[in-house]
Design a protein around this ligand. Structure first.
Ligand code: PEP
Ligand code: MN
Length: 457
């Protein structure tokens, strides 16, 4: 018999599942480790290390996502395509947190509803690849699969999968979490002083005026409430921040899947909110099998080839009891595909009365290569996919409850267009990503403002 948690109704635990049961299914996108005993020793070390998050936080997030499903909150999920071990630094972490906080401030102010803040960080170290190997000249080596697996340099030593990297990924994730928690506990997000969140170069942005007006309006509102109540309004210095990553490297995820004394079932304690990537989303695959048994809220990327029937079977597998907050679908169709591909999926889920949170990822269906060899995305396509998503949901009688974005607080030039109209020749100036192109600070803020305008229509 399942024991009910205090805030959630009882959900039956699958009896034919264990943290290892994925091993009997076809697994896509996993590296082949050359040395089995080195792998086993790294995994047993990981199993003994402390977790990165707690079951209390995970269940609190699930509750917030349940509210987002009902339209009472909006989900903002964003961060790097892939974190790198080298970029686990004070500036990168705090600038990324700043831009996410600033975007959420724009959303809270404009949408008049609380925002669920989720970072793609503290564990976003594994990447799916379109090919297992890469060939340059007459040399063929394993593809780079993210810092938790191997290194990007094109040498045999760098590209060999190394299980010790999982220990390092756990440590880097813990450092990132620790710093984020300390910043937030220390008042980094204090609404009394939103002006402190400005990044140094916000002054150059054409959006700066609109943003400053918003910050002033919030400052006025806080002071007004304090005048009314005659004392300081508390709790304005605290925000909830949650973590997410693509739970791709199943041996790593399995090692951090734990039982805890106060809650029944199994939790992935490496992150609050893992997702299944598009390339590993097969309903009979190893990743779906692993995800089915954990109690975290989970998300699934939904690409243009998914059929309504596959989507319903996925819901049957991952959320058979229709638990609130449990399942998120992140659609990523591309600006030219969304109008055809999304409506049949929305209609099938709506007709079946299934409870999901719909989120739009306007990044991954809009990736292209430029003539000078850069992987990029055009701001106008990102914007168009997001705008169409709002309209298609409204037409289908469903609700777009969040946005999933690749962004950074650094001043990079990776995506084309936006308020400063970055062009192909700008890309070489500050292209830092080893994987997908990210929105820079200004482009990210512009997207937040766009969401507000679209919702207000
Ligand atoms: C990603 O989120 O970086 C990614 C690889 O996405 P998708 O699985 O949707 O292609
Ligand atoms: Mn990506």
């Amino acid at each position: 018999m399942p024991t009910p948690d205090r805030n959630l109704r009882a959900v039956n635990l699958p009896t034919d599942w264990s943290p290892l049961s994925w091993r009997d299914r076809p697994a896509m996108q996993l590296p082949t480790y050359p040395d089995e005993s080195a792998l086993e020793s790294a995994l047993s070390e990981l199993r003994a290390l402390p977790p990165l998050v707690t079951s209390w936080e995970i269940l609190a997030l699930k509750q917030q996502l349940a509210e987002a499903q009902e339209g009472k909150r909006f989900l903002l999920q964003g961060g790097d395509c892939a974190e790198s071990f080298d970029a686990c630094s004070s500036d990168v972490i705090s600038n990324r947190l700043k831009v996410l906080l600033q975007m959420s401030l724009v959303l809270v102010h404009g949408l008049r509803k609380p925002v669920v803040r989720v970072g793609r960080f503290a564990g976003q170290y594994a990447k799916p690849r379109s090919a297992d190997t890469e060939t340059i000249g007459d040399v063929t080596l394993p593809s780079y699969r993210g810092d938790v697996v191997n290194a990007p340099e094109f040498t045999a030593a760098a590209r060999a999968p190394d299980p010790r990297r999982m220990i390092k990924a756990h440590a880097r994730s813990a450092m990132t979490m620790n710093f984020v928690r300390a910043l937030i506990d220390g008042g980094f997000a204090d609404l009394h002083h939103p002006e402190y969140w400005n990044l140094s170069w916000v002054g150059h942005s054409p959006l700066a005026d609109e943003y400053r007006r918003m910050v002033n309006a919030i400052g006025d509102a806080v002071r007004f409430m304090e005048t009314l109540s005659g004392s300081e309004v508390h709790n304005l210095n605290r925000v909830d921040f949650y973590t997410s990553h693509e739970a791709l490297l199943l041996p790593y995820e399995e090692s951090l899947t734990r039982q805890v004394p106060r809650h029944w079932g199994w939790f992935n304690l490496s992150t609050h909110y893992p997702w299944i990537g598009m390339r590993t989303a097969a309903v009979d695959g190893a990743h779906a099998e692993y995800f089915r048994g954990i109690r975290n809220p989970i998300a699934l990327k939904v690409g243009p080839s998914v059929t309504p029937d596959q989507l319903l079977r996925t819901i049957d597998l991952l959320n058979p009891e229709d638990e609130p907050g449990r399942l998120t679908f992140i659609h990523r169709m591309g600006a030219t595909g969304i109008a055809d591909k999304l409506p049949p999926l929305l209609e099938a889920v709506r007709r079946d009365g299934r409870r999901v949170l719909w989120v739009c990822d306007p990044m991954h269906g809009n990736t292209e290569s430029t003539s000078n060899g850069y992987k990029t995305r055009r701001f106008r396509n990102i914007r168009s996919e997001l705008e169409q998503a709002f309209e298609l949901h409204a037409a289908a009688g469903t609700r777009l409850g969040g946005a999933h974005l690749e962004l950074t607080g650094e001043d990079v030039t990776e995506c084309l267009g936006g308020a400063r109209e970055l062009t192909e020749s700008d890309l070489e100036r500050a292209y830092k990503s080893t994987v997908d192109p990210r929105l820079n600070y200004e482009q990210a803020l512009e997207i937040a403002m766009l969401i507000v305008r679209k919702q207000a229509q």
